[in-house]
Design a protein around this ligand. Structure first.
Ligand SMILES: [Zn+2]
Length: 417
């Protein structure tokens, strides 16, 4: 660990002010923020970021997908840069911290360095990735996935939003270059590391009264749709023993999912949808369809959980004389954060007396894409009551200061070598 050069502490007032300025863009009357990717509000937020980058004298690059990189040049141009940042787009009626806080934290790192006139061998880049939220085009972390080469430009260009507007058209009207998406990809040797700060979007830190979460791995979802078929019958004339009730079968399967996911600390399982046919009070349900979302931070635990859920569903169907079919929707492996960065974050927290815990991130982030091409790490800061993607999303800037400090110290440490 390198001892960071003497810098003034995090300027919480400046952090608050920048956050507020971003929150004003796309601000809704109910107190939420809506900046869907590549819409007017999103473009305005980018303009504000460009203004901050210019004020800090950074060299700006905007790639063909609109990802923004603001570089504070290091003294040795042969060394790969250290990247920090997150995203500025939001879900519809989202909060003011998700994504923005990570960009503001990276700005704070550069503001402190530049304010103190510190020279570092490596460049430090403030990054804002395009289209992190899946709300508009149905797929998330698109900007970082293109940078990491984990999605093909052709797949991205096939996407359209709910109004049938293609991402090609959205990019073009935003002034970006959909025909040049091949150029977005960065090679592993082009990036020394990526560190992202994000609100936790859960309640673990708040309940543990800890200010910093150091992410060891990002849980990835396996999703599939289950269709249970029984037989629709008269609810009065059909004795219980003669029924093939698809809904009670589905109910048992859903409880099985809850139980199985609860058996490992690193796993979660959710059924958030259920469609019943014919959906009538006086008909035994003949058909039930539900979507399963299983996530885990440990590869083996997660594999086992998925296998046990699949097996359990089959057994329940067999016992109840129902037929069941399952259609895969997504399968992603959990992504481990870089152990060197986990260690650096841990040691810098210790050096400052900041209480931290290592933890799993249940939500997906740009860092999980960047981990494919470079050492990646994440710092989580507490979310009030764990609320996110809502107008009630809240993190007091004072509470975020220790996390921002850990990010700043780690970025400087990485850039110093
Ligand atoms: Zn986010």
């Amino acid at each position: 660990m390198n001892t960071p050069p003497e810098l003034p502490g995090i300027d919480a007032g400046r952090v608050r002010e920048r956050l507020q300025s971003f929150a004003r863009i796309g601000y809704q009357r109910d107190g939420s923020v809506t900046r869907l990717a590549f819409t007017r509000a999103d473009l305005q937020a980018r303009e504000l970021l460009l203004h901050y980058l210019a004020a800090l004298g950074l060299k700006v690059r905007i790639d063909a997908f609109g990802n923004i990189f603001g570089e504070r040049t290091g003294s040795d141009p042969t060394l790969a840069p250290v990247l920090a940042g997150s995203h500025l787009d939001t879900v519809p009626q989202g909060g003011r911290f998700d994504g923005s806080l990570g960009v503001v934290a990276a700005l704070e790192a550069v503001s402190l360095l530049t304010g103190a006139g510190v020279d570092l061998p490596r460049s430090v880049q403030v990054v804002s990735f395009s289209c992190e939220e899946s709300s508009r085009f149905g797929v998330g972390t698109l900007g970082s996935a293109l940078v990491a080469g984990s999605v093909a430009p052709g797949e991205v260009l096939a996407l359209e939003d709910r109004d049938g507007l293609s991402i090609y058209a959205a990019l073009t009207s935003a002034g970006f270059r959909p025909d040049e998406l091949d150029s977005v990809r960065l090679q592993p040797q082009a990036v020394r590391a990526f560190v992202e700060l994000h609100i936790e979007q859960g309640r673990v830190l708040e309940e543990a009264e800890q200010s910093v979460g150091i992410v060891t791995s990002i849980a990835a979802p396996t999703r599939f749709r289950v269709e249970v078929t029984g037989r629709p019958d008269h609810s009065g004339a059909t004795p219980m023993a003669l029924r093939k009730d698809a809904l009670t079968g589905a109910a048992e399967m859903i409880l099985l999912i809850e139980r199985t996911a609860g058996e490992s600390e690193s796993s979660v399982g959710t059924v958030g949808t259920l469609r019943v046919t014919p959906n009538a009070m006086n008909v035994v349900p003949g058909n039930a369809v539900f979507d399963v979302d299983l996530r885990g931070g440990d590869r083996e635990d997660k594999q086992q959980m998925v296998a046990r859920v699949e097996q359990g569903i089959k057994e329940i169907a067999l016992r109840r004389s129902l037929t069941v079919s399952s259609q895969p929707l997504t399968h992603q492996e959990p992504v481990e954060m870089d152990s060197e960065i986990v260690e650096l974050l841990t040691r810098h927290c210790a050096a400052r007396g900041i209480g931290q815990r290592q933890m799993l991130s249940g939500a997906g982030h740009d860092a999980m894409q960047m981990a494919r091409i470079c050492p990646a790490g994440m710092v989580l800061v507490p979310s009030s009551a764990g609320i996110s993607h809502s107008r009630d999303e809240w993190t007091d800037p004072e509470l975020a200061v220790p996390g921002i400090q850990a990010l700043v110290d780690t970025v400087i440490d990485l850039a110093a070598r």
